[in-house]
Design a protein around this ligand. Structure first.
Ligand code: VGL
Ligand code: ZN
Length: 195
């Protein structure tokens, strides 16, 4: 179904497209790098329309609760200031991108870009009504960002061709997609967007 980009009422949120979440990194999402060129197309299109472009990044201190040694599920990843925490080198973020660093408190996991950040206030202040969410990983940070966006009252779109998941269990991504859609998110692909 076609949707017209409205410009200033829209925000593109690129979630955690970082070196550690791509093959070769410490917590790779299988084929995570494949969404990079697709995201670049979205970025270009939204940028041209005057929409707000946001890039979230996982930005953990080295003793973060998310890490196995500190009681969490994950191997260390996206530690502040390390190469693995950098955005993927081929991701073409525009000059005026708003970077949101999250999960910086050592004692709190925060999968959503809205958790413990000013993102909600910043979007509301800018007059944003709709958010378009892509990135990594579908069933963790993308899902939690999408669900928070819905709860905050944004019309929320998942970029189906620009997300990838980990699938710790094989059906995890499918379940996450169902949950997001069941709560009111809409899924679109690049060809659904009209300028
Ligand atoms: C993420 C696991 C741990 C994500 C972040 O960006 O989806 N997943 N930290
Ligand atoms: Zn993390």
């Amino acid at each position: 179904m076609p949707y017209k980009i409205k410009g200033k009422e829209d925000a593109l949120i690129v979630v955690d497209v970082q070196v550690d979440f791509c093959p070769g990194g410490s917590l790779p999402v299988p084929e995570g790098e494949k969404i990079v060129p697709v995201l670049n197309k979205y970025i270009e299109k939204f940028e041209r329309s005057g929409a707000l472009i946001v890039a979230t990044r996982d930005w953990h201190p080295s003793n973060h609760i998310s890490f196995k040694d500190y009681g969490g599920l994950w191997t260390p990843h996206c530690v502040q200031g390390t190469d693995g925490a950098n955005f993927h080198p081929n991701l073409q973020l525009p000059e005026r991108v708003k970077i949101v660093s999250k999960a910086t408190d050592p004692f709190k996991e925060a999968y959503s870009g809205f958790e413990g950040t000013n993102l909600a206030e910043d979007l509301k202040r800018a007059g944003v009504k709709r958010v378009f969410v892509g990135g990594l990983a579908t069933e963790y940070c993308v899902k939690n960002t999408v669900l928070d966006a819905l709860n905050l009252g944004f019309e929320t779109f998942i970029l189906e061709d620009a997300v990838k998941g980990i699938n710790v269990k094989p059906s995890d991504v499918e379940k996450a997609m169902k949950e997001m859609l069941g709560k009111g998110a809409k899924k679109i692909t690049f060809s659904d967007l009209e300028e």
